[in-house]
Design a protein around this ligand. Structure first.
Ligand code: NAD
Length: 480
């Protein structure tokens, strides 16, 4: 009955998108998915019509109404001016959690890691993806890495709740907090805080570089892995590829109100129009969507039929291997093979069971009471060409006053005054830290200092206030 159908927004995408979407919808229909798709145009056509973000207002309207989006990959045209539609959608719709299961299907799909079965939970909105970039001087460009406490709390809690719901045993946090003590340090701290609410789940942390190396080498040692946006982006592609094929993995982008489901791969223009792409990534996105809308029964039926298809050696070209596979099929025929197996259970690969699976219902992060915030200094960034740090130090020192004194100058984070090393390479970008000796700086002093700098001919390109929060410094110390 029409009223039982769940409206979903569907974009057929570019390149192989229309073909894999048609196959996926064909399977959903045959399996009895109770959905009412409504179609929107996004991607290349919209970009080239002059819409630089690749989406128009009618599409937004549908997305905000249905709150469920099944999306085929799109092509971002080459060249400047086009914004990433994926990044815009994740941020505009608040899709904070990107869930990417990466599973091996040995012995039916060739992989060096037959026991691999891990899920990457990637923070989806923050980090270096804020798109806040500036050129500050002739030589120096900057990208802001933003990590927030509510953002960390949401993604970390999501990872633990996901692990508990899916019967997984361990959550590993990957960060680089030996270097980024404030941003990645916060992610790690929140992981430990929230982890205390989940004593039933094992938990550990790794620095991202060795963590990524271990995932590439022994992925079977991992279960659920949670990480900030950029690391998750890179590591989840590696994990999907070593599981068998980048064409097999699906992804869910989950927010508190909306959710988007897709394949992890792109529009593969090299395969477009040939009926040879693997539709499995999008099928897996659709399976996650069905679970999300409370149709775990249909998700389970499709997933088990898909496993049977793999077991029967019916493979698309990307995973086809002589000696392992039996029949090489195209996109449409693969979908037909899945449909023919609806209702069957796999014999060797473990069958899935999604009965009673529901979307995770997470509490909103509770805002902490504000800390006692005190201005204690300021980092002033200058463009300055001359090059001798002691000359700069002496000039700036003379512009200080008893209540705001020059403490240190760094270049690319390395101390160059006082007592820098002549070997240190310097650019035209100088961070000059002024502090209040009594640890309490009146902002009027900051303005007066900036005026003195300006009057003395200095080019101030940026300032960053130094605060303490309940007495704890809210800024990194200078080393060297
Ligand atoms: P891609 O993922 O499209 O292709 C990478 C390689 O994997 C290619 O060799 C391709 O043939 C193969 N491949 C991908 N999907 C496959 C499938 N289903 N079956 C078999 N083989 C498959 O990455 P790319 O070539 O870097 O990007 C192509 C376009 O896709 C670009 O315009 C990019 O911006 C876009 N893109 C879109 C998304 C998205 O919409 N979510 C994600 C990534 C890239």
């Amino acid at each position: 009955m029409t009223q039982d159908l769940v409206p979903i927004t569907v974009a057929t995408g570019d390149g192989i998108g229309p073909s894999i979407m048609q196959s996926t919808l064909h399977i959903l229909e045959a399996a009895g998915a109770r959905i009412a798709p409504e179609y929107i145009d996004i991607g290349e056509k919209v970009y080239l019509s002059g819409q630089t973000n690749g989406i128009d207002s009618a599409a937004w309207e549908s997305l905000r109404r249905t709150k469920v989006f099944l999306k085929a990959p799109i092509t971002t045209p080459q060249g400047g001016g086009y914004k990433s539609l994926n990044v815009s959608m994740r941020k505009a719709l608040g899709l904070y959690a990107n869930v990417r299961p990466c599973i091996a299907y040995a012995p039916f799909v060739n992989t060096k890691h037959p026991d691999m079965n891990l899920v990457i939970i990637r923070e989806n909105e923050e980090d270096l993806y804020a798109g806040i970039e500036h050129r500050q001087t002739e030589e120096v460009y900057q990208c802001l890495k933003l990590i927030t406490r509510p953002g960390c709390e949401r993604i970390v809690r999501y990872a633990f709740e996901y692990a508990r719901q899916q019967g997984r045993k361990r959550v590993t946090c990957m960060i680089k907090d030996n270097i980024m003590k404030f941003t990645d340090g916060l992610f790690h701290k929140v992981f430990k805080e929230i982890g205390a609410d989940y004593p039933d789940i094992e938990q550990d942390s790794m620095i991202i570089d060795i963590g990524a190396a271990r995932i590439a080498d022994t992925p079977e040692a991992f279960d659920v892995v949670v990480m900030p946006n950029l690391y998750g982006d890179i590591v989840s592609d590696i994990a999907a590829q070593i599981a068998g094929s980048v064409g097999m993995a699906g992804s869910a982008n989950i927010g508190s109100q909306c959710a988007m489901f897709e394949a992890i791969h792109g529009s593969a223009p090299d395969l477009a129009g040939q009926n040879i792409a693997n539709p499995s990534g999008l099928i897996h996105g659709a399976i996650q969507m069905l679970i999300h809308i409370g149709q775990g029964d249909i998700a389970q039926k499709i997933h088990n039929a898909w496993l049977c298809t793999l077991e029967d050696g019916i493979h698309t070209a990307d995973v086809y291997k002589e000696g392992i596979s039996k029949t090489k099929v195209g996109t449409d025929e693969f979908a037909d093979a899945v449909i023919a197996r609806l209702g069957r259970l796999p014999q060797q690969l473990p069958a899935v069971n999604y009965e009673g699976s529901n979307p995770l219902n997470l509490p909103h992060p509770i805002r902490k009471a504000p800390a006692n915030k005190t201005l204690v200094g300021i980092d002033i960034f200058l463009q300055w060409q001359e090059g001798d740090p002691s000359q700069l130090g002496n000039k700036l020192y003379s512009l200080g006053r008893s209540n705001v004194e020059l403490q240190v100058i760094t270049n690319r984070g390395v101390k160059v005054w006082p007592q820098g090393l002549p070997e240190t390479f310097c650019t035209d970008h100088w961070r000059c830290r002024f502090v209040a000796p009594n640890n309490n700086l009146d902002f009027a002093e900051v303005l007066a200092l900036q005026t003195r700098l300006h009057d003395a001919g200095f080019d101030v390109v940026k300032t960053e206030n130094l605060y303490t929060f309940d007495g704890e410094p809210g800024y990194a110390a200078v080393h060297g």
